[in-house]
Ligand binder design. Structure first.
Ligand code: IPD
Ligand code: CA
Ligand code: CA
Length: 266
């Protein structure tokens, strides 16, 4: 395994330990609000510190873009980190959350880890070397259309709540056209599940780079596609459609009439 990926895996597992260890004291955790419906706990911070310290020890000169501590350092190599994706689930003891770590070199995603500490499932990818779940190769599903497909999504419930009506029109379309829609509460895991073929597609409005960076590489390396809401090249801007190539194309087509004007690319 690549040295960089190795370090990312070690960091993700350490963060997972921090998260799992705290589950028996959820009631006493310090929680603060970053904005409407946006909570952060001392565990988000502790997990992030752990990840950064593991990586820094190995690569003192690399830069970081981490959800809780922001951007730091100046380097061609940037680690993009969500220490706890699914904080709302975590706070309620709803066991769907993950650690997401991506390594980017000169703007190109090179390595990715999404780790689910409850199931101890490790999703990894390196550019050109495929995607794995627990060291076994994974591929996107072979589902050919929305009919019969299982689709994951995330609701707009923070600043992106202004898109609620457009989103509900999208949801109605996909709900009626597919076999089911799931809102599990961790975008990083949703994307990992697309890569593993557990869901056939995914869409969400208003994500951040740390939610999607690792998932993007996982999906690409698993033979899937990931793009903007109108099917353009995805540059971590947070408005996202993903899927196996067929379901991706079907979602782009189905959602097109409902994409808000300001989220359409020229
Ligand atoms: C959130 C989760 C959720 C998505 C939100 C994200 P957080 O991340 O990924 O599924 O709907 O948009 O912000 O805040 O728990 O790290
Ligand atoms: Ca997140
Ligand atoms: Ca987070």
């Amino acid at each position: 395994m690549q040295a960089l990926l190795n370090i990312a895996v070690r960091a993700a597992r350490r963060a997972g330990e921090v998260i799992v260890r705290s589950l028996n004291r959820l009631e006493s955790l310090q929680v603060s609000s970053k904005g409407r419906n946006d909570f952060v706990t001392e565990i988000d911070h502790a997990a992030e510190r752990e990840i950064i310290s593991v990586i820094r020890r190995a690569y003192p000169n690399h830069a970081f873009l981490a959800e809780e501590s922001g951007a730091s350092g100046d380097s061609d190599t940037v680690w993009i980190i969500d220490p706890l994706d699914g904080t709302t689930n975590f706070l309620h003891g709803f066991p769907v959350f993950a650690v997401s770590i991506a390594c980017q070199h000169r703007g190109r995603l090179e390595h990715a880890v999404v780790y689910d500490p409850m199931r101890q499932e490790l999703f990894t990818a390196s550019r050109g070397a495929g995607a794995q779940l627990d060291n076994r190769r994974i591929r996107v599903s072979r589902q050919r259309d929305l009919e019969g497909a299982l689709i994951a999504t995330g609701f707009p419930y923070r600043a992106n709540a202004r898109y609620a009506d457009a989103y509900l029109a999208m949801l109605k379309t996909v709900m009626l056209a597919s076999a089911g829609v799931r809102r599990a509460g961790s975008a990083a895991l949703d994307l990992a599940y697309v890569a593993a073929g557990r869901v056939d597609g995914f869409w969400e409005i208003g994500l951040s780079p740390w939610d999607t960076a690792a998932g993007t590489l996982l999906i690409q390396e698993a033979g899937g596609r990931i793009g903007t809401l109108t099917g353009g090249e995805y540059r971590q801007n947070g408005n996202i459609i993903a899927g196996n190539p067929k379901v991706y194309a079907a979602l782009v087509k189905a959602l097109a009439p409902h994409v808000p004007e300001d989220l359409r690319e020229p």
